[in-house]
Design a protein around this ligand. Structure first.
Ligand code: GLN
Length: 304
């Protein structure tokens, strides 16, 4: 498997030389100061190995990648009832679109846009205090990664609490349409904290192994749910650039505005990449290019 290690180094080297890196998210002030020159990539393969390159020991804010873990938890707790409150179609709109939510009368298109993720967090919160939910989510992520050091960055959470006005608007809009059962402040607090989970790419790749669907990998959800979560990542994981990501990589992936992407090569590997510069749609620019390169070189694709 040293081929894979060499390939990762080659991809990182190419990324290092790229002058056009996209723009670091600045609407969450705490993220604005992240160095755009950072780059890391890790691959956890189904045979139990983890290969990394670049800044793979530097933690970053996983942001919307947390929606994958929250969804897995919510499905475990509520099962298919969840689909009464949130759809499973690609959005074709920005991740924080208010327009679309209004159009669809408070039922978000999918669990990976912000409105959908707020509904998922509300559903899994149930009547429990946010602290309990966050504890459970962290336990899930730590069990998936096999790493108890994974934590929430309180400053990032607070930074978004102070500036996340669009999410506040979305939560209130959901409430107005009867699609929020808890007070908006509770749901938003829980959501901002879940987004503020920090991981290195090595930890994130390991945390993604439960979605590989191979023997010997952590079994945190049923095989049927693994398939469905992967399907949603493929169709909705990159918002209005989901089609482009699928076209370029042939693999399901979920991005976050911290510049991370979690990608699954079913039966083979979980891949985590981090490059903080984003495209206009809020997805990691060089991260996407790196996954495209890896998929091409390995032949990993759900489409054969
Ligand atoms: N916390 C971010 C937000 O709600 C997550 C968005 C993202 O990563 N795409 O705006």
């Amino acid at each position: 498997m040293s081929d894979l290690a060499a390939l990762l180094d080659e991809i990182a080297e190419r990324a290092r030389r790229q002058p056009e890196r996209g723009r670091v998210a600045s609407y969450i002030p705490e993220l604005a100061g992240v160095d755009p020159a950072r780059f890391a990539m890790s691959v956890a393969t189904a045979d139990g190995q983890v290969h990394s390159t670049g800044d793979a020991d530097v933690p970053f804010s996983i942001q919307s990648i947390s929606k994958v873990f929250a969804l897995a938890l919510a499905l475990g707790r509520l099962g298919d009832q969840l689909w009464d409150r949130v759809g499973r179609e690609p959005s074709g709109f920005a991740f924080n679109s208010i327009l679309q939510l209004e159009h669809e009368k408070g039922v978000p298109r999918n669990p990976f846009i912000n409105a959908g993720a707020l509904v998922v967090t509300d559903a899994v919160l149930g009547r429990h205090p946010p602290r309990e939910y966050l504890g459970e989510l962290l336990r899930f992520v730590r069990a998936a990664a096999g790493d108890d050091a994974i934590h929430i960055n309180e400053s990032v959470a607070r930074s978004e609490l102070a500036t996340g006005h669009i999410n506040v608007a979305l939560a209130h809009y959901l409430l107005a349409h009867g699609n929020l059962t808890n007070a908006p402040e509770l749901v938003l607090g829980a959501y901002f904290h879940q987004c503020a989970i920090e991981m290195t790419t090595a930890q994130l790749a390991r945390a993604g192994r439960f979605l590989i669907g191979a023997e010997g990998m952590p079994r945190l959800v049923s095989p049927e749910r693994v398939r469905r979560i992967n399907a949603l990542m493929m169709t909705c994981g990159h918002y209005d650039a989901s089609g482009d990501f699928a076209f370029r990589t042939g693999l399901p992936g979920k991005s976050g505005v911290g510049g991370g992407i979690l990608v699954i090569a079913p039966g083979r590997a979980a891949i985590a990449v981090w490059s903080p510069g984003l495209t206009d749609q809020g997805n990691s620019k060089l991260g996407t290019e790196a996954v495209e390169r890896l998929a091409k070189a390995t032949g990993w694709s759900v489409f054969g």
